[in-house]
Ligand binder design. Structure first.
Ligand code: GLN
Length: 280
């Protein structure tokens, strides 16, 4: 009897190990089951947002579909809070983050980034008539741009700034371990840019700071607010995979090379009224 139990235990262990190995195997390449699991946050128009029927759409979503097609995979989008996106990929729950995600040194500690595909910046959104909107760079020279940034940062000091949780906008305001010193203002976190803008309109925060292109969409859609033309940061968007998953990273980079070369990426950007800048 004891011997039989022993054999059963050994068998059970072997079976458990096989499952563990299979699970690990999925984690290292992320694509064995034929599904590219994409982590995003659908409140970042035009990169990802929900269409009238509630389906994820936008530049990143179109690129996700094109990448999956190129790799012979089915694309499955998981809409989640933005501050869970990087963690879900770092933990292996999702294969790839596609979320207008800025490359940062802090994030590089837990994920690996693909090649970059868009340049972005943080900008201020303020109520119409706010003096901060009068600050403009006198020219494109570095000196004039830096002096405009200094004026904006002086105006932001000590103020309450609405930002989206987990974003570089948040880090720019409050500082982080690697990339941003902070600007001596209070970051007030919201689940989305729209909620941050509502807080601006009802006076809970003094300004909102968010990426420039989503800022332009917000000010076009919501009355009574405008975006500053002064670009406060220099950022690049890329997709992120689990740290060490070089197989998936290389596949995505190779597929991106092809989609850039054959014009697919530029066609996607122009569908949303933008240029990727990748051909320049
Ligand atoms: N680009 C910003 C970041 O990576 C914001 C992204 C977003 O809100 N989807 O933090």
């Amino acid at each position: 009897m004891k011997k039989a139990i022993g054999i059963i235990l050994v068998l059970a262990t072997v079976i458990a190990c096989c499952f563990a190995f299979a699970a690990c195997n999925k984690e290292t390449t992320g694509i064995e089951d034929g599904v590219l699991n994409v982590a995003t946050n659908c409140y970042f128009e035009p990169f990802e947002y929900l269409d009238e029927s509630g389906n994820p759409t936008g530049i990143d979503m179109d690129i996700a579909a094109a990448l999956a097609k190129e790799l012979g995979l089915t694309c499955k989008i998981k809409d989640m809070a933005f501050d869970s996106v990087v963690g879900s990929v770092a933990s292996g729950q999702q294969d790839i983050a596609m979320a207008g995600l800025t490359v940062t040194n802090e994030r590089k500690q837990s994920v690996d980034f693909t090649q970059t595909y868009f340049s972005s910046s943080q900008v201020v959104i303020a109520k119409n008539g706010s003096a901060i909107l009068d600050v403009v760079a006198a020219s494109d020279s570095e000196e004039d741009i830096n002096s405009a940034i200094a004026s904006i940062e002086a105006a932001l000091k000590g103020k309450r700034i609405g930002v989206q949780n987990g974003t570089t906008g948040y880090a720019y305001v409050s500082g982080d371990s690697d990339d941003y010193e902070g600007i001596g203002a209070t970051a007030v976190g919201y689940e989305s840019g729209v909620l941050a803008v509502q807080a601006l309109k009802n006076g809970t925060v003094d300004y909102v700071i968010i990426d420039a292109v989503p800022a332009s969409k917000l000010v076009a859609a919501i009355e009574g607010i405008a975006a500053s033309t002064v670009v406060l940061t220099g950022e690049d968007y890329a997709f992120a995979v689990k740290k060490g998953n070089t197989e998936l990273l290389n596949k995505i980079n190779k597929a991106m090379d092809k989609l850039i070369a054959d014009g697919t990426i530029e066609t996607i950007f122009s569908k949303y009224g933008l240029s990727s800048g990748l051909g320049e």
